[in-house]
Design a protein around this ligand. Structure first.
Ligand code: GDP
Length: 433
């Protein structure tokens, strides 16, 4: 669903407004300024339309640098959103901090709605008129506490958002986890599916009446149901003739697009092929959680094993963080190892590092291993945050560009310190003057 971000400085009532919108008590409402809290997302619904609501609570409010951090947090949320609600204290009016945020919002060119909160009575409505001066259009007077005005605000917000968001296909649905089983022809995908599904195959049609080909299957592994996507293509026995790698790749991409986690199946009876390496790369690039499974282990011998380890080191270094599962689709050996690996990868794919921990880690790391000094200057890292998960994405705010080697070093240490087995992670930089 489209993403609506709620931003604003502390104590304007963002969390109360979020609670009001999602009509539940799961959002943390905290009146104490300076409480560290990370950005939280909720599924919201209004007039039959779903949307994802992002509450941006989490900055550490040490008095100095506060203004900057507010703006930074807000900026990240805005980049991820389809529309933004800027919450102001309607009775206080626009402060300097608010105005800094407004300036940033103008650059972003995203739809912005101005919510003037704490307008609890009709008599106070006139207080919001000066907010027209911000140039963001009509201010919506709301009382998050009493609920008045939030309906108009949501109407306007949903109207400002695209019907189908760009994040289509990857919403946290709460149903079975979606798995893409990919691999070159003859690695044993179809055999493995048979072994995993056993006799109880549950076939689910994507959308009744549309394309018949990409059928999904519900398979129980480790007492949990998983949705293997696009299995019809795997089960079709007609192995494609040469020159069809292109179509195999297309089908793989389609499956990856629909999945949350990819199992890339390789077979140990033959040397790793270029196509194998490309498929692993596709899975890594897709931003999905990844598990590498090595099939036909019943054919393994000592010599082959020696070469296999070297091939993996040489050709699959870009996926060295993916868990490995050795299986035999023929005998069923280790088939129960798949579910735990899937769970590990997915859990890490959704892992969120609290802002406080992240910055403590970086502070220590940079103190012990400072960025090399080049031409008299040393780039500094001001602040780091993790704006999103699935997969984890980090943003470092720096005074200058970090050297690629240093950025890789930080990425590697992030991986080692917080367990990111099974998930790609992304580290971005934003340079601040
Ligand atoms: P797909 O093209 O990836 O779906 O591969 P298939 O499932 O059709 O398997 C290709 C061939 O490998 C078939 O002849 C299978 O019998 C064989 N095969 C699959 N898994 C194993 C395994 O674990 N061990 C052995 N020895 N052969 C296997």
């Amino acid at each position: 669903p489209p993403v609506l971000a709620i931003i604003g400085r502390p104590n304007v009532g963002k969390s109360t407004l979020v609670n009001r919108i999602i009509r539940s008590r799961q959002a943390v409402v905290e009146d104490v300024p300076g409480v560290t809290r990370d950005r939280v997302s909720y599924l919201g619904e209004w007039n039959g339309k779903d949307f994802t609501l992002v509450d941006t609570g989490g900055w550490e409010a040490d008095a100095k640098g506060m203004q900057k951090r507010v703006a930074e947090q807000a900026e990240i949320a805005v980049d991820e959103a389809d529309a933004v609600v800027l919450v102001l204290d309607g009775l206080v009016g626009a402060t300097a901090v608010d105005e800094a945020v407004v300036k940033m919002l103008r650059r972003k060119k995203k739809p912005v709605l101005l919510a003037a909160n704490k307008v609890d009575s009709a008599a106070q409505m006139t207080e919001v008129y000066p907010l027209w001066n911000l140039g963001l259009g009509e201010p919506y007077p709301v009382s998050a506490l009493h609920g008045s005005g939030t309906g108009d605000l949501l109407d306007a917000a949903l109207q400002a958002m695209p019907e189908t968001a760009q994040y289509g296909g990857l919403t946290p649905t709460g149903g079975p986890r979606r798995v893409a089983l990919v691999g070159r022809p003859n690695v044993g995908k179809s055999s493995l599916l048979n072994k995993l599904a056993g006799s109880d195959r549950v076939v689910v049609d994507e959308v009744a009446g549309t394309t018949r080909d990409p059928v999904d299957e519900l398979i129980t592994l480790g007492e949990e149901q998983w949705r293997f996507v696009d299995t019809a293509g795997i089960r079709r026995r007609t192995h494609m003739a040469s020159g069809s790698e292109y179509y195999a790749m297309l089908r793989t991409q389609r499956a990856l697009d629909k999945a949350e986690v990819a199992v890339v199946l390789l077979a140990v009876d033959e040397p790793l092929s270029e196509q194998d390496v490309r498929l692993v790369q596709m899975a890594v690039d897709s931003g999905r959680a990844v598990v590498l499974a090595y099939n036909k282990w019943d054919l393994m011998d000592g010599e082959r094993r020696y070469y296999l380890e070297r091939e993996i080191e040489r050709d699959l270094g870009h996926a060295s963080w993916a868990p490995r599962v050795n299986v035999s689709a023929r005998t069923g050996w280790h088939k129960d190892k798949l579910a735990p690996a899937l769970r590990t990868s997915l859990a890490n794919w959704e892992q969120r590092i609290p802002t406080g921990r992240l910055n403590a880690f970086l502070g220590e790391l940079v103190a012990a291993h400072p960025h090399p000094v080049r031409s008299g200057k040393q780039p500094r890292i001001l602040f780091a945050t993790q704006p999103s998960t699935r997969p984890p994405k980090f943003v470092l705010f720096t005074t200058a560009f970090l050297e690629p080697g240093y950025r890789r070093f930080i990425t590697r240490r992030l991986r080692e310190t917080f367990d990111f087995t099974g998930t790609p992670i992304e580290v971005q930089m934003r340079v601040r003057e």
